[in-house]
Design a protein around this ligand. Structure first.
Ligand SMILES: Cc1cc2nc3c(=O)[nH]c(=O)nc-3n(C[C@H](O)[C@H](O)[C@H](O)COP(=O)(O)O)c2cc1C
Length: 266
């Protein structure tokens, strides 16, 4: 039927292959930090790009962009800035950006006055959520092809201005997270996650009863780290998270965001 035109640009890359399923991509996913040198097949890369392109976004505004990086020199500079070797050793790095530059350019092209939505907390959230969902689309797509991924949050926090300069980011664009993708050279143990009763509440947020499941989960993580053979360490969950948050208190993201053109006002 004429009204049933499907507007997409799939090129057949979505055919499931190699026996990987969505369930496996989601339920057996773990971050992979060591990669083979071999290249990623072009059809897998194209599938990742198409999955990124069909991400749901606020208002269908698509307030995000992605930079696909295969230039070894740029990848090495990313490693130097972030201290994350996956940036150098993975075949591909995808930088997920919150992007209000494109709508600004579009408004100007149409002779319309731009609205500085990125200067509001909601604008910041909208661009960040769009970019984060796009990264998850990429992860699921990559995993379904047997590839390994590692998100790199240090690409946002380590030195936002150096990264923005390296990637030529215009005003209104900031890097939310990077993703290293490659053919896996390791298959680490999956990390135990919070149990369902701590994650998925029924109808309303519970007014009590969180303490014990949280302490149990803390113990589970400690036991998991103790049991990791050569990789064993004394690391709990609660203490470690507070360490990370204390480190995060030293970041100056608000100033960095302002410098990127996100002058939060309300
Ligand atoms: C937004 C985000 C940022 C992350 N940043 C880093 C990072 O900079 N370096 C790293 O090695 N892992 C990073 N990770 C991976 C997490 O450490 C990992 O997802 C978490 O420990 C759970 O392990 P799993 O992915 O194997 O389930 C990041 C993950 C997310 C979602």
């Amino acid at each position: 039927m004429e009204n049933n035109i499907i507007y997409n640009n799939l090129n057949g890359a979505v055919e499931p292959s190699k026996g990987y399923s969505v369930a496996k991509s989601l339920l057996q996913r773990r971050s992979v930090r060591r990669y083979e040198r071999e290249p990623i097949p072009e059809e897998d890369l194209q599938f990742i790009r198409e999955a990124i392109g069909n991400t749901p976004t606020s208002y269908n505004g698509q307030q995000y962009s992605v930079i696909e990086i295969d230039d070894q020199n740029i990848k090495e500079q990313l490693e130097a800035i972030t201290g994350q070797k996956q940036m150098k050793t993975s075949n591909r790095v995808f930088a997920f950006l919150s992007d209000f530059n494109k709508i600004k350019v579009a408004a100007k092209a149409k002779g319309l006055e731009y609205v500085d939505f990125q200067n509001t907390a909601d604008g910041l959230i909208v661009g960040t959520v769009d970019a984060a969902l796009a990264m998850m689309s990429a992860i699921v797509a990559a995993e379904s092809r047997g590839l390994g991924c590692c998100p790199i949050g240090y690409a946002r926090t380590a030195d936002p201005e150096a990264i923005s300069k390296l990637l030529h980011l215009p005003q209104g664009v900031y890097l939310v997270c990077a993703l290293a993708v490659g053919v896996p050279r390791e298959m680490p143990q999956m990390k135990p996650k919070q149990p369902e009763n701590l994650l998925i509440f029924k109808n309303q947020y519970p007014s009590e009863g969180l303490e014990q499941p949280l302490l149990d989960y803390d113990q589970l993580i400690l036991d998991y780290h103790r049991s990791r053979g050569d990789n064993a360490k004394e690391e709990d969950w609660i203490g470690k998270m507070l360490e990370y948050y204390a480190e995060g208190m030293n970041y100056s993201m608000l100033a960095s965001l302002k410098a990127r053109g996100y002058a939060l006002e309300k």
